[in-house]
Design a protein around this ligand. Structure first.
Ligand code: HEC
Length: 176
């Protein structure tokens, strides 16, 4: 938990400093949900849902796969940064998540996916994940998404093209 928080703080500091040059293609007037995303999530995940090569999951054209299974929908809300968001209004948080799914998720969001409602968000965020269980939870879920929903194998990674963690660890051990 402490390590994940420290990582989060580090990650948020880097892109925030680089932000003035970003964002050329955002419309001049953003919806509340878009500006909530930019303010509360974009510092880490990138305002267009891509933060690679930082070790953060790419949301763009990928995050929608999680809605294919009920436990995947719940996963999206129970993530610590979402469940414990400073946005306390559940309808407002649902709008943010819908922007993430239908705006950033692109074709990864299955046709016919239902929008999040405030009630669904309220229920799922009442049992937030702890950072300790998160990696394992994601790994199990992604295998289900690959098997049952035809999600791409690259969903196992944080972003397409990321060096697999074990390979990276081996390399740095050898290199050092
Ligand atoms: C401090 C940095 C930070 C902030 C702010 C943040 N996230 Fe994240 N997010 C992460 C990290 C790191 C992960 C990887 C899993 C973990 O440790 O939580 C993640 C995981 C996710 C995932 C899971 C994606 C996957 O492929 O498993 C989603 C979806 C997500 N975040 C959405 C959001 C949204 C929406 C917000 C804003 C309400 C947000 N995040 C705010 C750092 C952040």
């Amino acid at each position: 938990m402490r390590a994940a928080l420290a990582l989060g703080a580090l990650v948020v500091a880097l892109p925030a400093a680089a932000q003035p040059a970003a964002a050329p293609s955002y419309p001049a007037e953003m919806t509340q949900a878009q500006s909530d995303y930019v303010e509360h999530c974009g510092g880490c995940h990138g305002i267009h849902g891509i933060a690679a090569p930082a070790d953060l999951p790419t949301l763009k054209d990928r995050v929608g796969w999680f809605t294919c299974l009920p436990q995947g929908r719940a996963y999206l809300v129970r993530l610590p940064n979402i469940a414990r968001s400073r946005i306390t209004d559940n309808d407002q948080l649902a709008d943010l998540l819908n922007f993430m799914l239908f705006g950033l998720g692109g074709s990864s969001t299955p046709a016919g996916t239902k929008k999040f409602t405030g009630a669904e968000v309220a229920q799922a965020r009442s049992t937030p994940f702890t950072s300790v269980s998160l990696v394992e939870t994601r790994a199990v879920l992604v295998e289900q998404l690959i098997r049952q929903c035809g999600a791409p194998a690259a969903l196992r990674l944080m972003y397409p093209g990321q060096a697999p963690p074990r390979l990276a660890a081996t390399r740095s051990r050898k290199g050092g």
